[in-house]
Design a protein around this ligand. Structure first.
Ligand code: SF4
Ligand SMILES: [Zn+2]
Ligand SMILES: [Zn+2]
Length: 311
């Protein structure tokens, strides 16, 4: 297999593009794809301040690296979720990356600042904290971005993530979520910052290849809470389909964004937003989901402390 650009021996094949690249040409191709997605999607411009949601994994570090290399003003933000060793290692990777590249990394420490950690938010039915964790992450990325005057929050969601989310929303016909799914989520309130996903057209394997070739030191392990998650089963199914039909994932997602959303009549419903009585952040309820969750998490953390303190 030869490199599509320079005819040297190729190291990375991108089957849905019918192309392959050597290690010298691949990072440039990857950055061009991200740059094009940002421009075509009007995600942000060079004078915008971008806050990258960083987890220490390949996607978020690859995204941050690409944005800096392309000359965007991009700082990072890491949330200390308190998921035991996984959190310690992912924090260390994120801090090391920022230090090595001379970048600013903001951090929020849930335990120190809010008195709870993500494992205190287990859902009794699913036995997982993922839904609550998602709310916590969205809340803090938005709040910090708004408080510090960033114009946009960028996340490392890739094609595999987005296709799996779409698949899950379709098989359960979650039309309200379908209406909101897309690579750009516009601000609908002065305290809500735009959200963008510049990697949404690139596969998981492609960001891993970028991270490896650029020698980005990222955390290899998945969050232990992800085990058994439905999204992993959807990814597995879509990977099998992709094996037989290269490009199926890409066509599924981009076809939905171009035609499916409109055909479903899935338009985001304008929602009247007020401000949370506790924290002042935008919400449809009197007290926002994060503050209600934090209260529950603190009670759980306190009862754990009492239990272990007493024994
Ligand atoms: S797998 Fe669940 S708990 Fe772990 S980081 Fe993701 S959403 Fe949070
Ligand atoms: Zn080449
Ligand atoms: Zn609140």
């Amino acid at each position: 297999m030869k490199c599509t650009r320079c005819r040297a021996t190729a190291n990375v094949e991108v089957r849905r593009h019918r192309s392959a690249f050597c290690a010298g040409c691949y990072p440039g191709w990857f950055r061009e794809q991200v740059g094009r997605t940002i421009q075509h999607g009007r995600m942000f411009r060079r004078d915008d301040r971008v806050l990258v949601a960083v987890s220490g994994g390949k996607d978020s570090l690859a995204l941050w690296h690409v944005l800096k290399t392309l000359g965007y003003q991009a700082d990072g933000m890491y949330i200390r979720l308190g998921i035991a060793d996984y959190s310690r290692r992912s924090q260390a990777k994120s801090e090391a990356f920022a230090a090595k590249h001379g970048l600013t990394l903001h951090q929020v420490d849930l335990k120190a600042e809010y008195g709870f950690e993500v494992p205190d938010l287990l859902d009794t039915r699913s036995g997982k904290p993922c839904a609550a964790c998602g709310t916590v992450k969205r809340y803090h990325f938005n709040k910090l971005a708004a408080d510090l005057g960033y114009s946009v929050v960028a996340t490392g969601h890739n094609l595999d993530d987005e296709a799996a989310t779409l698949f899950g929303n379709v098989i359960h016909w979650q039309t309200d979520y379908l209406g909101r799914q897309g690579p750009v989520l516009e601000s609908t309130h002065p305290k809500l910052v735009r959200k963008v996903k510049p990697l949404y057209k690139l596969g998981e394997r492609e960001s891993a290849a970028y991270a490896i070739i650029e020698r980005l030191d990222y955390i290899l392990e998945e969050c232990p809470m992800a085990k058994g998650a439905k999204s992993l089963a959807y990814k597995d199914l879509l990977n099998r389909l992709e094996e037989q039909q290269p490009g199926a994932k890409y066509r599924f997602l981009t076809g939905f964004l171009k035609q499916g959303r409109a055909a479903l009549g899935a338009q985001p419903i304008p929602i009247q937003l007020g401000e949370c009585a506790v924290c002042g952040q935008p919400t449809t309820a009197a007290v926002c989901a994060h503050c209600r969750m934090a209260e529950r998490g603190r009670r759980k953390a306190e009862s754990k402390a009492l239990k272990y303190g007493a024994s």
